[in-house]
Design a protein around this ligand. Sequence first.
Ligand code: C2E
Ligand code: CA
Ligand code: CA
Length: 618
Amino acid sequence: MKTIESYIFLRKQIPLMIGLSIIPGLGYIFLGWINDVVLPALFWYALTIGVSAAGYRLYKAYHPDRMNTEETKQWYSKISIFFVAIFSLWTVIFVLYATEERGHLNYIAIFTQIGASVVASTLLASDKRLFTVTLLFLLVPLAIYFSLIGEFYGYILSLFTFVLLGVLYYASYSSYRLLETSSYQAAHDHLTGLYNRRYFIRFLEQKVKNLKHTKKFSYMMLIDLDHFKTINDSLGHDVGDKLLQIVSSRLLRHIGEDQLLARLGGDEFVIVSHEFKSREEALNNATTHANTLLNRLKETFIIDQHHLYISASIGVEIIEKNTTSANRLIKEADIAMYEVKAQGRDGVVIFNDELAKRIETHLQIERHLHRALQNREISLVYQPQLNENKKVIGCEVLVRWQNETLGFVGPDKFIPIAEQTGLIVELGNFILEEAFKTFASWRDKGIELEQFSINISVRQLFHGSFVQEVERLTAKYLTSELTAKLIFEITETVLVEDIDRVVDVMKRLSHLNINFSMDDFGTGYSSLSYLREMPVSELKIDQSFVANLGTDSSDQAMIVTILNMAKIFNLKVVAEGVETAEQLSFLHENNCHIFQGYYFSKPLIYDDFESFYKSNIT
Ligand code: C2E
Ligand code: CA
Ligand code: CA
């Protein structure tokens, strides 16, 4: 495939060549006129003007945005013919004048031919086939002319002409190589030799414009390898690099001539398909193509004696006349690809309306969340935690958001967004401060709790000033006695982050006398070794296990295991999501001592919690 740049470069030479033919051409008519060969000269000039006009039309006809691959190819063949034709016309005037000894026209003819060859070797340097053909068309007749003189000096000149041909060819070829390498390097990825991100973006932009015009359909496929980072980290970058190279060549085998395969960086690849007449055809083709690639990538890779198995997540988006921009396209393919990851990797998702809607809600939440704090839309509720005697011994603080436009938005919707945008830091600090105020005021009102739990998200935990902020707020609102009753709930997802860093922050908070609870325990990456390393004093059995009690025996077994384990490690256990008396009695029988759930109470606003507490002790 020739690059757009090479077409643009060649196109630029057209007006130059027209100028170099028409203007000096006048001189040749003049010479013809004073030497009485004006008629053939005029005829030649008319031809030159005709070919130039055709060239100019071709110059005007190039519209990369509107031409498809086929049209571009045709256009390219036409301009090739134009260049060969216009240079051949110089050979015609050469033949015409070389035989004229009047006014030494033959000298002028010889010079003309040499001059034209130099021009050809310069203007056409970007196109090897073109400059080769043209140089032959220009210089071979000259060499023949010299040899036809039939004298010794003629043969010598003929020989020199071939030498000149060689030199000019060499000069053109060197520039050609230089152009090739520099444009190759600018457009290709160093490691795999595939097209790079830069080239891909340009190509895609072109494609988007193109399809607006042709009203056809293409697809874009974003391929991300699953767990590549693990291979890179555990086996080293050398193995990682080799894997990427083999992946590239496997993918390349399934790429047609007018499709594009590029590496966007890391373990991300992208394919842009050829064009289809209908959306259905594009969709069907995308699905089969993606599945073929998935299967090919699942075949074993053998690298330095390692047998590696990988899979990939593929996001697809259709490109059509309504596609607004390349950027948006990439974003949407990316969303589809992340959807595959979310569904457990190793699969294909085609971007669809539902995903689009989800993104729209996501964006809406993001926009409104920014002003939620200053608009006082955020409040806290408190869910009671009770012991086996049904006495309220603590509570979990849960955040609530009521927005004018969006209505009530649940924390499981907006907390992840707050985390992604970094807003969680400000929001988290607000929650801490409000919660501490509540805790202190309850103590003043005689509400004695043994523990007071607050959810802390990873991003909040990792924020540079988190520990200081906690220190400042506890000093401001709480006594040391109350501080020692605080529990920060962290979810198991922190364990996939940098574990040393997590432990470090936890230990610093422990020095402030803060306790930790492992939230949603049993759902994720729970590992005994982590529990030993981390200053955790409580486990919260995930509500999904509690919910399935009585229906799923493996969940039942899971709960028993967690409770036994907690005993060994000397940890408290809170069962959350307790909704029925049956669940409660099962948990109780198996040595669980703290319960939280709708069976006792939903999360309550400040005043309601007070009433609940008071009715509970009487
Ligand atoms: P979580 O920490 O696991 O919180 C428990 C969730 O279960 C709460 O949902 C609670 O209302 C709900 N729940 C309690 N008892 C029952 C029950 O018996 N049945 C059922 N079906 N559900 C019950 P909520 O308040 O919607 O919170 C959802 C998640 O949002 C929380 O899960 C937590 O991960 C996050 N979250 C809530 N508040 C905060 C916060 O202040 N900060 C942070 N970082 N995350 C929060
Ligand atoms: Ca929690
Ligand atoms: Ca939980």
